[in-house]
Design a protein around this ligand. Sequence first.
Ligand SMILES: [Zn+2]
Length: 106
Amino acid sequence: MVELSQEASKSLAQLRQWLKWRNLLLAALLPGGLLVGWVTNVFDIRWLLLAYISAWLVCFVIVRQRVRYWPCPFCRKPVLKKGPFQPFDFTSKCLHCHRNLKPSSV
Ligand SMILES: [Zn+2]
């Protein structure tokens, strides 16, 4: 176990909060879409589904970018951003220093 500075611990805790928001947004997409689709049909509010999808997309892009560019508390490089195209959004390690970002490791 590595002893982290107070600043690094705080940074990791904030990163985990953003990761939770990202995962929550992903989990809410389908059930929220179904609910809004049902409300759209029942009450004939046609713009509601488009508003829901637009709001979800804007929130997801903001949260995803925040997570990808979060500075690693160990090497200070973006934890999940290494190149223009990379499918590593769900790794639990920094892509640069390979330090584990999970709570149990620190
Ligand atoms: Zn790192």
